[in-house]
Write a protein that binds this ligand. Structure first.
Ligand code: NAP
Length: 337
């Protein structure tokens, strides 16, 4: 490896208050160290931007530590090994790791996971076969315990997680799958490309009215990516013994003073509802079952895993993240280097 290798990275320049802006990020150059034994130099080719990164920009305790001011951000990425002192991970290997937001990185070989790009496109390991796919699977099958014949409602339905939830629910025998999303084009995508039975744009009118119209006999499962008005409407619409998997609350991530969501908590008692939040990383025991079930659908192309890929490399990442938060993506939002 010719030294010094110079890499560019995105650092957190300041913590956002409310909506993040380009000023919260800065681009910096760093010189990478020589490889020690059992290390690899990875050149990133794709990185993920994810809503949970917004939470890490705040300085508060959570399930994952906050990003540090003046330090590079991190997150899921795919790269190529371009130098290696580890026999197990030779030059040319495509790897998944968690050091996105930078062009190149030196890592211990044990921190990277080789992926099989003959079996599935590299990008799918950040999407349908990666963290978002497992999130959809865990939330639907374990947290909401979806049963055959259930009516399932999914918010954020055209995003990385939501687009998979609806498709898995249909394949597992849901009676009806309903999705909400933020544009007419996404609504079309849900019913025409992803097999949702009904869909609506939450910006077109009250969520409860539109949900009642789409599910006149109520819903049994709500997969919540959004929170707020969506969660409240779902609680109104849930049938007895209904179940909610609270995956995320994106409508509130940039709102310092969110409205309380549940206006009629008595429904929880009267309808014996279960509402359970979850974090995907607590459920790695389901990874094998998830891959056994979902990977064949990705490989044969029957499961639609849409992607919105932004070109431009590391300097394009902050804007891609800001655009994700405002709904510019259909399916998984990725940055290509
Ligand atoms: P995504 O859905 O691909 O992207 C975010 C989407 O949120 C946007 O495309 C936008 O679509 C929608 N959105 C933004 N503001 C909204 C608002 N005010 N109301 C309704 N929708 C809004 O992101 P993802 O990676 O699949 O994540 C989806 C959710 O799952 C997020 O809440 C995330 O935090 C959560 N998550 C949780 C876990 C876990 O372990 N619990 C793991 C992964 C993700 P529209 O155009 O439809 O508005």
């Amino acid at each position: 490896m010719a030294n010094p290798v110079v890499s560019r990275e995105i650092r957190l320049a300041s913590r956002p208050t409310g909506w993040p802006t380009a000023e919260n990020f800065t681009l910096a150059e760093v010189e990478l160290p020589e490889l020690a034994p059992d290390q690899v130099l990875v050149r990133n080719t794709l990185m993920s931007v994810d809503p949970y990164m917004r939470g890490r920009m705040d300085d508060r305790p959570s399930y994952v530590p906050p990003f540090q001011l003046g330090q590079p951000l991190d997150g899921g990425a795919i790269g190529e090994v371009v130098a290696s002192t580890a026999d197990a991970v030779p030059v040319g290997t495509t790897v998944l790791h968690s050091f996105g937001w930078r062009e190149q990185v030196v890592l211990p070989a044990k921190r990277v996971q080789p992926v099989d790009t003959d079996a599935a496109p590299a990008s799918s390991y950040l999407g349908a076969l990666g963290m978002p796919g497992l999130t959809a699977y865990v939330g639907l099958t374990r947290i909401a315990a979806m049963q055959e014949g259930d009516v399932v409602f999914v918010s954020g339905a055209a995003g990385a997680v939501g687009s998979l939830v609806g498709q898995i629910a249909k394949r597992r025998g849901a009676a009806r799958v309903i999705g909400s999303a933020g544009t007419a084009e996404k609504v079309r995508h849900l019913t025409e490309d992803l097999g949702y039975d009904a869909a609506f744009c939450y910006k077109d009118g009250p969520v409860l009215d539109q949900l009642r119209q789409a599910a006149p006999e109520g819903i049994d499962v709500y997969f919540d990516n959004v929170g707020g008005e969506h969660l409240d409407a779902a609680i109104e619409s849930l049938n007895t013994f209904g179940r909610v998997a609270v995956c995320g609350l994106i409508s509130q991530y940039n709102d310092p003073n969110p409205e309380p969501a549940v206006r009629t908590p008595w429904h929880l008692v009267a309808k014996r509802l279960s509402i359970r939040g979850f974090i995907v990383s607590d459920h790695n025991d389901l990874r094998e079952a998830f891959l056994d079930e979902v990977a064949p659908w990705v490989r044969d192309g029957s499961l639609v895993s849409a992607e919105t890929v932004v070109d431009g490399g590391v300097q394009a990442a902050p804007q891609a993240f800001l655009d994700l938060m405002r709904g510019a993506n259909t399916g998984k939002m990725l940055v290509r280097f």
